[in-house]
Write a protein that binds this ligand. Structure first.
Ligand code: PLP
Length: 377
């Protein structure tokens, strides 16, 4: 059976160039980058070049990139070390990824004043709403750049300038995992101090992430030890992961330039966006890489399962963490419960064809109609 993979927001197929880089640094250039001989020094230089590639995608300096084990680590790092010693309240949005949301909840359980801002009904976190939650005692603000549920892009530049007007010293973080390589990003223009990224969402390997730390921003290391990465994140570097991350990012960014994700998204918007039985969650501006669709009275797990039976892999399985995630995010946007439970997430990569999208949309249409007939809903 031919399969169609439409869960690229969860992870992507490793690009050939990234797999080649991984193998090269596993088999040929396997030296510990901290060693003293020439071959090791070369690896160190190659890693600096890799940081340069990641930095160039987001308009940063290579030195501002710290490699981590994943974006979950990057986000935890931010909350453990970027906020910990700062007095004052913390503001996040209700549509953050669990790695931000749960980190904030941990601070809250330790007594911190954590304020959670709902998005508008289109899934957008607005500068006005964030500004309303901020005061002169705000120490830290974290707002996701592109939603992993809906693809909605938040105006981080407007948010950071609104925050700085009220709390000039507040630290601004954005989770850029679903924006990185997909939409233009310039961290200087966004006005952020910290920005999180992950390799496996853009054709790199699982187990490598990065954190942009603005030059001059003083942050305690998350992992102490041998002082690698200028003491900012100890532990022998995951050279294979880092080199394949850079190779993937360069290739993915190039492919993304000629990929019209919104054209694919619109296939689903046109098909399921109007009417009483289904709705599209989240509006514009949108990266186009993600589409969240809810079917009234149906169960997302059952729809996804039936799609899987036809060889089409889409988001929202039966894992209960998936449930919790969707209910929180969609609930905060005001999606009624009878719709929220029938939600699926479809996500593209530059490899996705129009044919794939149309086949999936047809299947979704047939499956949901059939389910309604069988269940009388
Ligand atoms: N942030 C967002 C927006 C994500 O979509 C994800 C992954 O789903 C993460 C963070 C976590 O990334 P990682 O799998 O690298 O820990």
């Amino acid at each position: 059976m031919k399969t169609i993979y439409l869960d690229n927001a969860a992870t992507t197929r490793v690009l050939q160039t990234a797999a080649d880089a991984m193998l090269e640094y596993a088999r040929e250039k396997y030296y510990n980058p901290s060693a003293g001989y020439r071959a090791a020094l070369e690896v160190r230089h190659d890693m600096a070049d890799a940081a340069g590639v990641i930095a160039s995608v987001i308009g940063a300096d290579p030195h501002e990139i710290v490699f981590t084990s994943c974006a979950t680590e990057s986000n935890n790092h931010v909350f453990s070390c970027g906020v910990k010693n700062k007095k004052g309240n913390v503001v996040i949005s209700a549509v953050e990824h669990a790695s931000v949301y749960e980190s904030a909840m941990r601070l809250k359980s330790k007594g911190a004043d954590v304020r959670i801002v709902d998005p508008d009904p289109n899934g957008r976190v607005t500068a006005e709403k964030i500004a309303a939650a901020v005061d002169e005692n705000t120490a830290f603000v974290s707002v996701i750049h592109c939603s992993n549920e809906t693809g909605v892009i938040n105006d981080i530049a407007a948010i950071s300038s609104a925050v700085k007007a009220i709390a000039p010293k507040a630290v601004i973080h954005s989770d850029g995992v679903q924006a990185f390589c997909k939409i233009p990003v310039n961290v200087k223009a966004l006005g952020v101090d910290l920005y999180s990224m992950s390799a496996h969402k853009v054709g790199g390997m699982k187990g490598t992430g990065a954190l942009y730390i603005r030059n001059g921003f003083n942050m305690q290391p998350f992992i102490a030890g041998g002082g690698q990465q200028d003491g900012r994140r100890s532990g022998t570097e995951n050279v294979c992961g880092i080199m394949s991350f850079a190779a993937a990012a360069a290739a993915y960014r190039n492919a993304a330039r000629s990929f019209d994700a919104n054209a694919l998204r619109n296939i689903f918007v046109e098909r399921f966006g109007s009417g009483e039985l289904s709705r599209i969650n989240g509006g514009s501006p949108n990266s186009g890489y993600i589409v969240s669709i809810s079917f009234r009275g149906l169960k997302g797990e059952i729809i996804a399962h039936e799609m899987d039976d036809r060889g089409i892999m889409i988001g929202l399985g039966s894992a209960c963490s998936t449930h919790i995630r969707s209910n929180r995010v969609l609930g905060s946007m005001g999606v009624p419960k009878e719709f929220a439970e029938g939600s699926v997430r479809i996500s593209f990569s530059p490899r996705t064809t129009e044919d794939d999208a149309r086949t999936a949309a047809d299947a979704l249409d047939e499956i949901t109609k059939d389910l309604r007939q069988r269940t009388g809903r």
